[in-house]
Design a protein around this ligand. Structure first.
Ligand code: PEP
Length: 259
């Protein structure tokens, strides 16, 4: 399998720019100490907007083996959209990745699949890579409809995006009941849905596109459970919230292959 695992730390609304500088410095050191090999996994930090310039300056200046991204993007190009941040602004700050469709944005900001799709297109238009999040709430899992629900989201989120762009993007399967709760899906649960997403991509596009797209699991991933989750064939990385705020913990997750 030629997919390079991708470990992305979603800092959410934590860390001002001073905290970001010290976390990234600590992470650079922790990765070095852990013998990090960028050929074996890709490490990405996703700080709040206000930290991105500081993270960029530090990573570039110290040549740290990290990519960075943003947690959201405007679906608009520019203009009178108070409070929004455009794709060209993020691209200019060297962002490689932008998250869209996170359950917290779907839930607290009413973001629909239609908007997630528009944002994914905007991210691609500006030469960055979307990390498209999907996943079911607890009641859907209890009803046994989690695969259908998640595949439905991804089908809508990818509408009108070319195979060549889909092949390069990242999908994060995040069961909502496992986010920030300490409740982790089992590795088999993660595999079931990540495998179904890959099959859906093959059905919507073709086998080569499905083999190329990277699918992360997210939901209470920690140093203690990452190895098992990463042992599954369709899990290509993790989207990490809480554990990405501690340099040592995140470095252990990024270097899961060394355990
Ligand atoms: C997330 O916010 O995407 C996430 C998975 O958070 P946590 O790791 O804290 O569950």
């Amino acid at each position: 399998m030629s997919r390079t695992p991708i470990m992305a730390g979603n800092w959410k609304m934590n860390m001002d720019h001073l905290g970001a500088v010290s976390l990234v410095q600590d992470l650079g050191k922790a990765l070095e100490d852990a013998g990090y090999d960028p050929a074996r996994s890709e490490a990405v930090v996703i700080p709040p907007f206000t930290d991105i310039r500081s993270v960029q300056t530090l990573v570039e200046g110290d040549k740290l083996p990290l990519a960075w991204g943003a947690q959201d993007i405007s679906a608009h190009e520019d203009g009178a959209y108070t409070g929004e941040v455009s794709g060209s602004m993020l691209a200019k700050l060297g962002c490689s990745y932008v998250v869209t469709g996170h359950s917290e944005r779907r839930e607290y900001h009413g973001e629909t699949d239609e908007l997630v799709n528009a944002k994914a297109k905007k991210i691609i238009e500006h030469g960055m890579t979307p990390i498209i999040c999907c996943g079911e709430p607890l009641e859907v899992r209890k009803a046994g409809k989690h695969v259908e629900h998640t595949v439905g989201q991804i089908t809508a989120d990818l509408a009108g995006i070319d195979a060549a762009d889909v092949a390069k993007l990242v999908i994060a399967y995040e069961p909502i009941w496992a986010i920030g709760t300490g409740e982790t899906a089992t590795a088999d649960d993660a595999q079931e849905v990540c495998g179904a997403i890959r099959k859906a991509v093959a059905d919507l596009y073709d086998e080569a596109t499905a083999e190329s797209v990277r699918i992360q699991y997210g939901g209470s991933v920690k140093a203690g459970n990452v190895v098992e989750i990463m042992s599954k064939p369709d899990v290509d990385g993790a989207l990490v919230g809480g554990a990405s705020l501690k340099a040592g913990d995140f470095a252990q997750i990024v270097t899961f292959y060394a355990k």
